[in-house]
Design a protein around this ligand. Structure first.
Ligand SMILES: [Zn+2]
Ligand SMILES: [Zn+2]
Length: 656
């Protein structure tokens, strides 16, 4: 979904290492350099704070204008047309159509959160751009203070206070990212909201929404006045954001005139749904359908391990496998770092990692209740004991306990919704290894970020690329209909043990981050939200089978295919025109088929690329000779060092 999450994780582990020999490399984490000193007062009230009191269209419009003065023009234009309905109802249908409106609740980092200055204006960076608080607010200048002590450490090969200083400096540089012991960000932040439907958005806002979640196929059917986008601070407060979500649902009911609405909790957004169902059980009266997409219903083992302080810092991970796996095996930088890292004595490296993680605990980890929502229930007690030791942050602790209960009750709460007539669907990615920071990645299937058990609500899977054993028998299956087969064609998944075997859809080899680029998942969500034909995994096996295969087609659909179709073929050489036309037809046929044949997807994509290259509309792929050579050489050196020098720094004695 977003590269940013990878960066945060990479940061928590490798910041220390990267800094250690480049000194200034932190710039590569897209850090937000903060120009001004800023007040640390609590956020200004959002539109949601007073939205519940809105009783007329005029009032809503006024609030919107106050909220976002630059954007009133577009809104007025739309409102003249939409305002025909009475009593604050903004939809064309007045609430009297067959399509319940939908609220998208996006994933981590998919809401814009801006840093505000002392005048509650958006703070600007040195290029005059708004400063986005995600993933981190870093005052990068502080990090330069580390260069001299680091050189000294490297020359002497002794710590001499270096790791303590590094921790202090890091803490200082991340001060604006701090969450306080009430679970609130200390910086003055603005969550960019979309308080009304997509129909009222400016073109720029609309583009942002659809670029984040490309689900215009849905609003094309039901109307943009039936689509809403809920935003929240990914590093904010879970209970506050849950309340905002509940209020937003009431706003959407009022504005659309519909009694029941759909929600689409995606990834981290699902933790707000888990909290919503626990703390606002009356919401079941407001809901028509819930369509979970790659949800973290029971957290992520990756975050659980991080919260328990368990990182893959074993020798092999640290000196050989982790960074190349993280940065991509084709990327030579991972191997380069493996080689360079040995200029730091091993003990200093371990101390540095420990202290950096300690700083991250103090700044973000302990007090951020949104991210606590990603700690699996099985890890909660241990993580809480560690992070709230000595009675630290009791208020935050109480909030995390609330969420822990919500997590424990999540499956029951979801079944209760189903009993109340709410249709609940789930979309799960699997067979993509969990990022290799943490020990759990070695024994959990998942989608890169969320482990399979959490995302599938308790279904069973073998490890990545490992089918269930031949003597496998399901434990406590939820489906006992002998005519159903809930085993995936690859033999890896048994869906029958998941909470919702009849309404959960699985995508093999689909990476969490690429979910939004998967057209089939968006088409599936559209079908589920806009119509009632797709009742379960048995309804449309020829279009939406329970088990499908991942494919990422966003670039093809939004860029290359439209480009190809705009070409005036009469201006081309006949054989080029024929090649282009054939490629267009193949790509369209491939896209129309929602039962994915991955080889056909690759072939169709390649045909179209080749046709565009042929007529000069696309550059041939660069010859990455240097990268390939560097990768091979550095991997060789890294592996040889590991084997013959061992897991230690260059100055460490053997066996260190
Ligand atoms: Zn309607
Ligand atoms: Zn079944």
């Amino acid at each position: 979904m977003t590269k940013a999450i990878k960066k945060i994780l990479a940061l928590s582990l490798s910041l220390a290492m990267l800094l250690s020999f480049t000194g200034i490399n932190a710039g590569q984490v897209e850090a937000n350099v903060v120009a001004a000193e800023l007040k640390t007062e609590s956020s200004a009230p959002t539109v949601l704070d007073f939205a519940h009191s809105v009783s007329s269209f005029e009032e809503a419009a006024k609030i919107l204008q106050a909220q976002d003065p630059g954007q009133d023009k577009a809104f007025e234009l739309e409102s003249a047309e939409l305002g025909k309905n009475t009593d604050g109802v903004l939809t064309q249908c007045g609430g009297d159509c067959a399509h319940a409106p939908s609220i998208i609740i996006p994933g981590i980092g998919q809401s814009d959160v801006f840093l505000l200055d002392e005048n509650n204006e958006r703070a600007k960076d040195k290029d005059g751009k708004d400063i986005n608080a995600f993933p981190l607010l870093i005052d990068i200048e502080y990090l330069f203070l580390l260069i001299v002590p680091m050189v000294k450490m490297l020359v002497t090969q002794k710590d001499n206070g270096f790791t303590d200083l590094a921790a202090k400096i890091l803490k200082k540089s991340l001060a604006k990212t701090q969450i306080d012991d009430k679970g609130q960000p200390v910086s003055n932040l603005e969550v960019k909201t979309y308080p009304s439907s997509v129909a009222t958005c400016t073109p720029k806002e609309r583009e942002r929404v659809f670029n984040t979640i490309p689900i215009s196929s849905y609003s094309d059917i039901v109307g943009e006045d039936h689509l809403y986008f809920f935003t929240y601070n990914s590093f904010g407060n879970n209970l506050d954001e849950t309340e905002n979500l509940y209020n937003f649902i009431q706003t959407v009911k009022r504005e659309t005139g519909h009694d029941k609405i759909n929600i689409v909790p995606i990834s981290l957004g699902s933790t707000l749904a888990v909290s919503l169902f626990e703390n606002y059980p009356q919401v079941s009266d407001d809901l028509n359908k819930v369509v979970f997409i790659v949800p973290a219903i029971d957290g992520s083992c990756l975050v659980g391990d991080l919260y328990k302080g368990q990182l893959s810092t074993d020798d092999e991970s640290l000196y050989k496998t982790m960074l190349p796996e993280l940065l991509g095996a084709d990327d030579y930088t991972g191997y380069l770092i493996n080689i360079l890292i040995r200029i730091i004595p091993k003990q200093i490296l371990h101390d540095l990692l420990d202290k950096v993680l300690g700083v991250l605990n103090d700044i973000l980890v302990r007090n951020c209740t949104m991210i606590w929502g990603l700690v699996p229930s099985a890890d909660y007690e241990e993580a809480a004991q560690k992070l709230f030791a000595d009675g630290q942050s009791p208020l935050v602790k109480a909030q995390t306990e609330n969420y822990y209960q919500a997590q424990l009750n999540a499956h029951d709460n979801i079944l209760k919704l189903v009993e109340d007539g709410v249709q609940v669907f789930n979309v799960v990615d699997y067979n993509h290894p969990i990022y290799p920071f943490v020990p759990s990645s070695k024994n959990n299937n998942g989608d890169g970020l969320i482990h399979f058990d959490s995302e599938s609500m308790g279904a069973t899977a073998g490890y990545v690329d490992s089918p269930l054993p031949s003597d496998y028998t399901p434990k406590n299956p939820r489906c006992t209909d002998p005519s159903h087969n809930h085993i995936s064609p690859d033999g890896i998944v048994d869906a029958s043990t998941g909470l919702l075997p009849e309404t959960t859809f699985y995508f093999y080899n689909q990476d969490h981050e690429g979910t939004g680029r998967n057209d089939v998942i968006m088409k599936l969500a559209t079908e589920l939200l806009a119509y009632d034909n797709l009742q379960d995994v048995h309804s449309m096996p020829n279009r939406f089978p329970q088990f499908n295969v991942g494919r990422e087609t966003k670039g093809l659909m939004n860029d290359r295919l439209p480009k190809a179709k705009q070409v005036d073929q009469s201006l081309l050489a006949p054989e080029d025109a024929a090649q282009l036309q054939a490629a267009i037809e193949r790509a369209e046929a491939m896209l129309a088929d929602t039962v994915v044949d991955y080889q056909e997807f690759l072939a169709a994509e390649n045909d179209l690329n080749q046709a565009l290259i042929q007529i000069g509309l696309r550059n041939p792929p660069e010859d990455k000779k240097f990268e390939k050579y560097a990768q091979a050489v550095l991997k060789f050196v890294s592996d040889v060092l590991y084997q013959y020098w061992g897991p230690r720094g260059y100055s460490d004695k053997r066996g260190a």
